[in-house]
Design a protein around this ligand. Structure first.
Ligand SMILES: [Zn+2]
Length: 471
């Protein structure tokens, strides 16, 4: 019956671009829940801790109808609503959700009279979709059925009186499938259908009110949380189709098509067979590849989370450098309407190498640039290298390297062949940049300086522009 957490959050399409030294900028950020601004009283504020956006737990929890309790002795926050119980301890990365352990990439931090937690925890455990508006400095949070015209998800869901799928529902979903770029939903009985588009990330939502899942469907296609998903490999528009018993009173089935970019669709109903057809000629926004002329650039910040990459002479981590650079390059390119920029990660998240390549391949990106920093046994090694793996990437490598070396001002170590997964398995021209050596004291200091990062980000952006012929 619990739907909290069913919204998988595709953070890689968001640009959580707080300035790295930007406590002040982050501190003035607002939190908006379902388009209503939350009042941040006292010391409660949004913070950026090493690139992680942290938000005050109490403010958000209470606005979602959770009871929030603080036990000083054990430094434990307990937040609770109905049968959902979450326990977090200040300074500990492991939290407890409904008795099960779950880990955060950064531990909760105690501020004067509030505890701040990573935004990712809130999105995953409270089922919120998060969207960071970098221009206005607003953390936008959306409860799952916001926009469905169905009121307040936070209080509507899980009131405990109408426990199961199908009970009291006038209609039943018998089957969900996806083929030929069409989502098909077979429904018996009379459902009230509400469909709409959402962005950040782009998706199409179909809510079937007064509807549950049939027993056959439930036993075959739903997990114990009453959620499931379809395999949609090979469809460039779509990254995932997922469904859930989204609300129990009134019983509502929600089906979400996670899109790789905004896309128009047509919904038809033929005798209970609902078809969401993505084969429409008019694209939703100019971001659809192939039709808009926009160039799709994927920037890959190497490593992340438990994989720090290499560690510098003074202990600085490669993953942090890579992320800061990717965010900066993304920000520069985003200002140019010729580009659609996608970051494989925009926070301290871990992705498998194959996931990084898949993101670029699924998007049919025009270029792929992976950002790294190097290390060597000898602390004397210094300089910048650009790697390619396929013949098709050589020109890109030469152009990128020219700009990279010019921007870093470090020793030119040349364009090189390197058999790295992300530049081998991607299908478009792809390079891997080793900006400098963290094992070298001077390089390390440079790589973590704000002005160096800004200059090199501009150089990388210039290289991409020159290669794609967009000046
Ligand atoms: Zn690396």
């Amino acid at each position: 019956m619990k739907k909290f957490g069913f919204m998988a959050v595709l953070l890689f399409v968001f640009i959580l671009a707080f300035p790295h030294n930007g406590q002040a900028a982050a501190g003035s950020a607002k939190i908006v829940l379902d388009d209503k601004e939350l009042s941040l009283s006292g010391n409660a504020k949004v913070e950026n801790v090493n690139g992680n956006v942290m938000i005050p737990l109490r403010v958000v929890g209470e606005n979602l109808g959770f009871d929030v309790a603080w036990e000083k002795k054990t430094r434990t926050v307990t937040i609770q609503k109905d049968s959902k119980v979450m326990k977090l301890v200040v300074g500990q990365k492991t939290a407890e959700v409904d008795g099960k352990k779950t880990s955060m990439n950064i531990a909760p931090i105690l501020r004067t009279d509030t505890v701040i937690v990573p935004i990712r925890f809130v999105s995953e455990e409270m089922g919120l979709t998060v969207y960071w508006d970098n221009q206005k400095k607003i953390v936008n949070l959306y409860t799952p059925n916001f926009g469905s015209g169905n009121g307040d998800a936070g209080t509507g869901a899980g009131n405990g009186t109408n426990p199961d799928a199908g009970s009291g529902a006038a209609a039943q979903v018998d089957g969900i499938s996806f083929s030929d770029n069409r989502l098909m939903i077979a429904v018996t009985g009379k459902a009230k259908v509400n469909d709409f588009k959402m962005s950040g990330p782009d998706r199409i939502v179909v809510d079937l009110e007064n509807t549950g899942f049939s027993d056959t469907f439930s036993s075959a296609s739903l997990d114990q949380n009453k959620t499931g998903s379809l395999d949609v490999n090979g469809y460039p528009d779509v990254s995932k189709v997922r469904y859930s018993l989204y609300n129990s009173n009134p019983s509502t089935v929600r089906i979400v098509i996670d899109l790789n970019y905004s896309k128009n669709y047509k919904l038809t109903n033929d005798n209970g067979l609902y078809i969401v057809d993505l084969n429409t000629s008019d694209s939703g926004t100019p971001s659809k590849p192939g039709t808009s002329g926009k160039k799709i650039v994927v920037i890959d910040a190497g490593h992340g989370d438990h994989d720090p990459g290499t560690t510098g002479v003074t202990g600085k981590k490669e993953k942090d450098f890579n992320l800061a650079m990717a965010l900066k390059v993304g920000k520069i390119l985003e200002q140019d309407s010729n580009f659609e920029v996608v970051l494989t990660r925009s926070d301290d998240t871990f992705l498998e190498l194959k996931e990084r390549a898949k993101i670029a391949n699924d998007l049919k990106a025009d270029v792929f640039v992976s950002i790294h920093a190097n290390s060597a046994g000898s602390s004397a090694a210094t300089g910048s290298e650009t790697y390619y793996q396929r013949e098709a990437s050589k020109t890109l490598a030469n152009v990128m390297h020219k700009h990279l070396v010019q921007a870093t001002g470090l020793k030119d170590r040349g364009v090189r062949y390197g058999n790295f997964h992300v530049i081998r398995e991607t299908k478009m021209p792809a390079v891997l940049l080793e900006v400098g050596y963290l094992s070298n004291k001077n390089d390390e200091a440079a790589l973590f300086s704000e002005s160096f990062q800004q200059r090199v980000a501009q150089g990388i952006a210039d290289g991409i522009k020159e290669y794609l012929g967009v000046q």
